[in-house]
Ligand binder design. Structure first.
Ligand SMILES: NC(=O)C1=CN([C@@H]2O[C@H](COP(=O)(O)OP(=O)(O)OC[C@H]3O[C@@H](n4cnc5c(N)ncnc54)[C@H](OP(=O)(O)O)[C@@H]3O)[C@@H](O)[C@H]2O)C=CC1
Ligand SMILES: O=C(O)C1=N[C@H](C(=O)O)C[C@H](O)C1
Length: 242
């Protein structure tokens, strides 16, 4: 594969290039690397089979314009998108194949399915989500916490709503709220828990990432999957199922 790596010299960009080596033919970023790194998409002249993006929402529009114009599939791993950004991803996926996920690890994608199943079965349990990341992370809640919310909300037929951080006075807990708490510090790679609180019992589903390598590996597998595919919006579960 000839890969264009967006966010090439960031923490995740370096994890991807360490694994992919010479498959990275160019990057988008603001520092130098072993391969050509451009600040804008219009400078890219290399033949590209697939784009892998670990960068910032600010680059989304230019990246999707480049992908559509050159008919190049895209693996989107960046988080922190607005609803308008997500609509744009959905629109462009009518013309180019896209995998879009807030987390490319294997474990989180199975955890999503388990969380949905527990939410559906234990209808009266209160649900809370926590996430912990390194001190450099820019967005909160994490993309993964949002995915886990979507999973439990699906299990409760769309009746749930998010409460991002609690502060102040409350009469009582709204049965349909899901509190999402974000912790930031040090070098924490990524920890996510979904708690289900019942009467005299608690279930905690917990995932801990010990390296950034797992996300890079998952994104590269998604890229291999995508180069064969028709336009559409795909998930990591689609990648795992081949
Ligand atoms: N889906 C998943 O599995 C995962 C997703 N992520 C997500 O990936 C994204 C990147 O994470 P991470 O690598 O830790 O972050 P970094 O801040 O380390 O990397 C972001 C990179 O994007 C570059 N960049 C930012 N703005 C621009 C711009 N306007 N033009 C060109 N380059 C730009 C930065 O350049 P500069 O250094 O010069 O600012 C930096 O190199 C985040 O959204 C994160 O949440 C992370 C891990 C896993
Ligand atoms: O910024 C990170 O580091 C991570 N971001 C993703 C997220 O927002 O969920 C995935 C992973 O947890 C690491």
């Amino acid at each position: 594969m000839n890969i264009l790596l967006v966010g090439a010299t960031g923490q995740m960009g370096r994890a991807v290039s360490d694994l992919a080596g010479s498959e990275i033919v160019a990057g988008i970023g603001r520092s130098a690397s072993d391969f050509p790194v451009y600040e804008t998409f219009k400078e890219v002249t290399e033949d590209v089979d697939v784009i892998i993006d670990f960068s910032t929402p600010d680059l989304l529009e230019d990246m999707l314009n480049f992908a559509e114009k050159n008919k190049v599939p895209v693996v989107i791993a960046t988080t922190g998108y607005s609803e308008a950004h997500v609509s744009l991803i959905e629109d462009i996926s009518n013309n180019v194949p896209i995998v879009y996920a807030g987390n490319y690890s294997l474990g989180i994608n199975v955890m999503e399915q388990l969380a949905e199943q527990i939410a559906r079965t234990l209808k009266n349990f209160d649900i809370e989500i926590t996430e912990t990341h390194h001190k450099f992370k820019k967005d909160a809640p994490s993309g993964t916490a949002n995915m886990l919310f979507d999973a439990v909300n699906h299990g409760r037929d769309g009746k749930l709503h998010k409460l991002e951080g609690r502060s102040g006075m409350y009469e009582s807990r709204d049965q349909n709220e899901v509190g999402i708490s974000s912790l930031r510090g040090g070098t924490a790679v990524g920890e996510h828990s979904v708690f289900f609180y019942g009467e005299d019992e608690i279930i905690e589903l917990k995932h801990t990432a010990f390296s950034k390598r797992i996300f890079a590996k998952g994104a590269l597998e998604a890229a291999e999957f995508l180069v064969q595919k028709e336009p559409g919006l795909y998930t990591v579960t689609d990648v795992l199922e081949g």
